[in-house]
Design a binder for this molecule. Structure first.
Ligand code: P5A
Length: 445
């Protein structure tokens, strides 16, 4: 993409309404625009990152054997009357009447709707296990929407729902989700810690939240520092292997890690003092097992292998897709701007032409642009007629992890400069070598 043809409305000034760094940087980098409290347009740069995050989520869900579908944002109130949640959900639910006076709502979550789909089409345990998920907009009329996309009213969530014939099979679904979530967050450059949590309006006793430590987080957490050393390390998991999934869950849930809602002071103080830690954190996902809470009242039954009709065991599992942009920026920025992890960056690399209009630098930039594009690495080429300082400042603000700088002095020796946004270190090399290096970096992402 050439910057002169793109739509990147960066702001020079710090927006006064933004209280935390991720909100400030998303506004300054021209990623989002607020349309009403907690409701945002996704401008092209923000939209590209959102799509990258969605792609990782889809990839990891399908790797775990979960099946995508798409449910609507608007739902009939009657479904929610069946589960009893229509009255329970309170003011967070946006209630709407259609022209015929029918009660509708903008879905804050989809347990009822997916249960309705299941009961209409599944009868036998032979169709199980089954996990269906979608990535869809939700609406929760939060009392205090704030911090940009972190606590929106309209926000994008990946929500998945498992259907299993018994408790053991449902716990395997729970474990599968935990493992796939750990892989998902790791690919986004995040260290998300599963913590025993409270289930709130979704229900059930078994639930874990996934938290990313950050001073600006809305949750208060207590943990054993040993958990910070755990890594998935991109390890491959056989999701059909119950014992293997359970072992990973055991590994990640054994060190003490709780939110303030479930914090147990005596367990925490039993840890060696130098391992006790407390912090603020951002909740980027939550998984639940709630058994037959929805299937029983809504009549989602299957015939089991003994020929008995039993309510299906369910759980639901959510990732805060739009919130993740904020969380990633909170975890990865410096005083110049965003520092995108390679896994989610809107463009893999930027090209900065230090002397726009100069035949040699223009030709070298065009060559780099074509060569990178041919390798599937679409660059963002700053081809504006601007000072070098302004170009560097924009690149630093929007946070592409790699930058290739092309200037007349380097080119005289056949060299361009490859710079890491994270370390700030630069290396001179031929344009071909720079393309190879960038390709090599992204080969493992
Ligand atoms: C699980 C999937 C659920 O709704 N039902 C379907 C279950 N869980 S949850 O914890 O309430 O939400 C899942 C994740 O969505 C993100 N989230 C939000 N993101 C931005 N703004 C909001 N107002 C908001 N509310 C929830 C969180 O990341 C949460 O973990």
């Amino acid at each position: 993409m050439r910057l002169t043809r793109y739509f990147l409305p960066v702001l020079r000034e710090n927006p006064a309404e933004a209280q935390i760094v991720s909100h400030r940087l998303m506004l300054r980098a021209g990623m989002i625009r607020q349309q009403a409290a907690g409701i945002y347009s996704w401008l092209p740069l923000g939209f590209r990152v959102l799509r990258r995050i969605e792609a990782i989520v889809h990839d990891e869900q399908q790797r775990a054997g979960h099946i995508p579908l798409l449910m609507p944002t608007l739902q009939p109130a009657d479904l929610w009357r069946e589960s009893g949640r229509y009255d329970d959900y309170g003011q967070e639910m946006l209630r709407i009447k259609d022209r015929h006076g029918r009660d509708m709502l903008y879905g804050p979550t989809n347990e009822e709707m997916i249960t309705d789909i299941f009961r209409a089409h599944v009868e036998s345990y032979k169709s199980l296990p089954l996990t269906l998920y979608h990535i869809q907009w939700k609406f929760r009329d939060e009392v205090r929407p704030r911090f940009g996309v972190m606590r929106g009213r309209e926000f994008l969530m990946k929500d998945g729902y498992n259907f299993d014939v018994d408790y053991d099979s449902a716990m395997h679904a729970y474990n599968r989700h935990m493992v796939s979530y750990l892989r998902t967050y790791e690919r986004m450059g995040l260290h998300a810690i599963p913590m025993r949590a409270d289930s709130g309006p979704i229900g059930g006793d078994d639930t874990h939240e996934f938290l990313v430590l950050a001073d600006t987080g809305e949750s208060e957490v207590f943990y054993d520092k040993a958990i910070l050393d755990l890594k998935m390390g991109g390890r491959n998991v056989d999701y059909t292997d119950r014992a293997a999934c359970a072992a990973i869950v055991h590994e990640w849930t054994t060190p003490y890690a709780r939110t303030d809602e479930t914090h147990d002071v005596s367990l925490y103080h039993a840890l060696p003092q130098d391992r006790q830690a407390t912090s603020r954190a951002i909740e980027v996902g939550q998984i639940f097992y709630f058994g037959t809470k929805y299937s029983e009242p809504m009549g989602a039954m299957v015939v089991n292998e003994h020929g008995e009709r039993v309510p299906v065991h369910m759980g639901s599992h959510g990732i805060g897709v739009s919130r993740l942009l904020g969380a990633i920026i909170e975890a990865s920025h410096d005083d110049k701007g965003i520092v995108w992890p390679e896994g989610v960056t809107p463009f893999p690399v930027g090209i900065v032409n230090l002397r726009q209009g100069d035949t040699a630098t223009d030709a070298a930039c065009d060559m780099l642009y074509a060569a990178l594009t041919a390798r599937g690495l679409e660059p963002l080429y700053d081809d504006r007629d601007e000072r070098a300082g302004a170009k560097f400042a924009s690149m630093d603000l929007i946070g592409l992890p790699w930058r290739i700088t092309v200037g007349p002095r380097g080119l005289a020796n056949g060299k361009v400069e490859l710079t890491s946004r994270r370390s700030g270190e630069s290396e001179e090399m031929s344009p071909e070598a720079a393309v190879d290096r960038v390709a090599q970096i992204y080969a493992g992402v």
